[in-house]
Every structure is written in C-alpha cells, then in structure tokens.
Write a protein that binds this ligand. Structure first.
Ligand code: GLN
Length: 212
C-alpha cells in the first residue's frame, strides 16, 4: 500500500527529505509517494508529515497565512506521525521565545533559536539515539537548543527530566537534541543531510517490520 508523505515546502530543504523518506520506506518494503505542501488541502490526504529546516519565522508565517497550520494540528490530533527538523522543530514547539514564530504546540518543549551557535559554528556529532543501534551522525546548522522539556511539569533539560508526554531520544552536550511527543519527533539537527535515513525510518516506519 502506498504511503503518502507530505513535506512542508513553503521554504527550506525539501528534496533531501523526500529522498530519505523514499529510501526509508523502501527498506521497510513500502512505497512512499512524496507530495510537497505549499497550499491548504493537501495535508488531510497525508499519512505522515515532514517539517524541514529553513527559517522558522518565515515558515510559521506562511503556514498560518496559507491555512496549513491548522491542518497540521488536526493531523497530529488524529495520531498521524510528523518529523520536524531544526526550524521545523522550532515551529512545532510549544514556545520558541520569539514573537515572530507562531508555534504549533505539537511538541511540549521550549526551544531557543540559534543557541547552538551561528552558521560558522555548524558542527557534526555522533548521537546515541533511543531506538537506533549505532550512533547517528547529527548535522547541526544554527540549531535550536531544547531548553525545557514539558511545560506543565516545570522540569527542564538540565535536570534530565522528562514530562509524561515528551521522551528525550538523544542528547548532545547534556542537552536534548531529539525528542518524541506522541506521534511527533523533533530534532535540533538535520537528519536529511546525511545518507543515513534511520531517523526518518524511526519517525514513520518504526511499527513496520524491517526487511533485510
Ligand atoms: N536558525 C534557524 C531558525 O531559527 C533554523 C536553522 C535551520 O533550520 N538550519 O529558524
């Protein structure tokens, strides 16, 4: 059965995510049809969604202007999966600490934009990710820091605490860099900028047995 994955394509890196979804699906014996989302009306037909990196201020404004934001919230309310990376994570968070970003509150975390440094401070780090056997090469580009996990619990990342709803899947330098809140996975890094599609597999196909 074909699996329809929508990649939010109002701004940001789209084709690399499309390729990663297609490969991850193939490894699980599935066929993915990737559709680009620039207008309202497409999200309701998607089995999974991807919110890529880019500029979170621009992405959030366009999602709201185009009426796509509410459709994404409905998608998650229906229990369908989302992978949100870097700027996507910022938009998917509860609070980005920046009034120019109207967040969708899909993941109960507070983020701090650009807190891992500016463009010149981009770096790659091997990450131990819950659910993956071997380290994942995390590419960080002007990446957000997840500064607080779970608003209601009042616990923050420095305590290593998790709210009932949010699981920390990976940390770097003592800070969460991959989290899951129900059907939504958010990463500070860019899994699409490597040849490794295991994060996409984890987000979308974890319940489908892998074929060798
Ligand atoms: N710094 C960007 C923002 O705040 C995110 C960077 C990225 O997606 N690589 O939106």
């Amino acid at each position: 059965m074909t699996f329809t994955a929508g990649v939010v394509a109002v701004q940001g890196d789209v084709s690399e995510h499309a390729a990663a979804i297609e490969h991850a699906a193939e490894r699980r014996g599935r066929t993915a049809e990737v559709v680009e989302i620039r207008d309202a009306g497409i999200v309701p037909d998607c089995d999974a969604l991807l919110m890529p990196g880019g500029e979170s201020t621009t992405i959030s404004r366009l999602l709201h202007d185009e009426g796509i934001a509410a459709e994404i919230v409905d998608h998650v309310d229906d229990g369908k999966p989302v992978l949100a990376t870097c700027a996507g994570l910022i938009v998917a968070s509860r609070d980005a600490g920046d009034e120019r970003v109207e967040t969708l509150d899909l993941i109960d975390v507070t983020v701090e934009r650009n807190a891992f440094g500016r463009q010149k401070d981009s770096f790659e780090a091997p990450l131990d990710v819950d659910g993956l056997d071997d380290p994942f090469p995390g590419v960080f580009i002007r990446a957000p820091v997840i500064s607080e996990v779970g608003g209601d619990s009042g616990r923050d990342s420095e305590t290593g605490g998790e709210s009932a709803g949010v699981a920390v899947l990976a940390e770097w330098d003592g800070r969460p860099v991959a989290v899951r809140d129900g059907p939504v996975i958010g990463t500070s890094f860019h899994p699409e900028l490597t040849d490794d599609d295991r994060i996409h597999e984890l987000a979308f196909f974890a319940e489908t047995p892998a074929t060798q």
